[in-house]
Ligand binder design. Structure first.
Ligand SMILES: Nc1ncnc2c1ncn2[C@@H]1O[C@H](COP(=O)(O)OP(=O)(O)OP(=O)(O)O)[C@@H](O)[C@H]1O
Ligand SMILES: [Mg+2]
Length: 253
């Protein structure tokens, strides 16, 4: 068993003339919460899209538990225990909250989503009810996804990602659109998922209060390049990070 559940080395992504990610390395240790932060356009979501195999890297290697998945198809990732949420939401807007999570659970079992909605084994239903409860969505169980506010849609994406029982969870801005009380609940939930259930979390987030409270390690990207890495305290006090990112975040806050 590799010590690092995820290892990305020398990742480069070019879009035409733009280098979105440049020779980027990150090693995510098993059973930790690792944050990836940086200004808008730094390349965080692009990195996520490569790890979850939605984008083809221009160069570099992605190892999952020591196995090279750089060229694996996106459809294989759930089976390998990798779940993700999207910055801009990828929900089935016309389906209910329950149905959206149901689809997540069945993608794992290799069924089509139409089959997923018709077959409802009780173990799966119980698991989904449990996930809705943990993400604070029980009251919205029969609400059509497009009628939820943005924050609750983000929580629904999280519940759906958890439905596959991932070992690696990639979260792209899970706190966007949440109120303070909801951020506190998210803090507790992510901590619990990692510490009690051993799920490894790679977190992209602009809400620094959350990042600094729950992360074991923080990596900072700026213009596609890693500029710092360390504990929350090390990164928070790093002058290059304050200059490139945290200074401006404090002003926004
Ligand atoms: N599919 C694409 N085609 C062309 N350019 C892209 C594509 N995806 C991302 N980019 C560009 O790559 C750069 C990195 O974008 P990315 O979305 O990874 O940033 P980010 O760090 O997630 O920013 P934010 O915090 O705003 O979400 C940006 O300049 C963006 O415009
Ligand atoms: Mg992004």
């Amino acid at each position: 068993m590799a010590e690092n559940l995820l290892e990305v080395t020398d990742l480069t992504v070019r879009f035409g003339g733009l280098t979105a990610v440049n020779k980027f390395d990150i090693a995510v240790q098993r059973g930790t919460i690792h944050a990836l932060i940086g200004p808008n356009g730094a390349g965080k979501s692009t990195t996520f899209n490569c790890i979850s195999r939605f984008y083809e890297p221009t160069a570099g290697r992605i190892l999952l538990n020591g196995v090279d998945v750089t060229r694996s198809p996106a459809s294989a990732m759930a089976g390998l225990g990798v779940a993700r949420t999207f910055q801009n939401l990828e929900l089935f807007g016309e389906l209910t909250v329950f149905e959206n999570v149901m689809i997540g659970a069945h993608v794992h079992a290799g069924r089509s989503w139409a089959d997923a909605l018709s077959a409802r084994p009780s173990g799966v239903v119980d698991h989904i009810e449990h996930l809705l409860q943990r993400t604070g969505l029980t009251a919205y169980r029969n609400t059509v996804a497009r009628n939820l506010d943005f924050g609750h849609q983000k929580l629904l994406e999280l519940a759906r990602a958890l439905a596959i029982r991932p070992r690696l969870l990639l979260l792209d801005e899970p706190a966007a659109g949440l109120r303070n009380r909801e951020i506190a609940a998210l803090d507790a939930l992510l901590t619990d998922l990692c510490r009690r259930e051993g799920i490894t979390i790679l977190l992209v987030e602009h809400v620094m209060q959350l990042v600094m409270a729950i992360s074991d390690r923080v990596t900072v990207l700026n213009f596609g390049t890693k500029i710092a890495e360390g504990t929350p305290d090390e990164v928070r006090n790093d002058p290059s990070v304050i200059e490139a990112y945290l200074g401006q975040e404090m002003v926004h806050a």
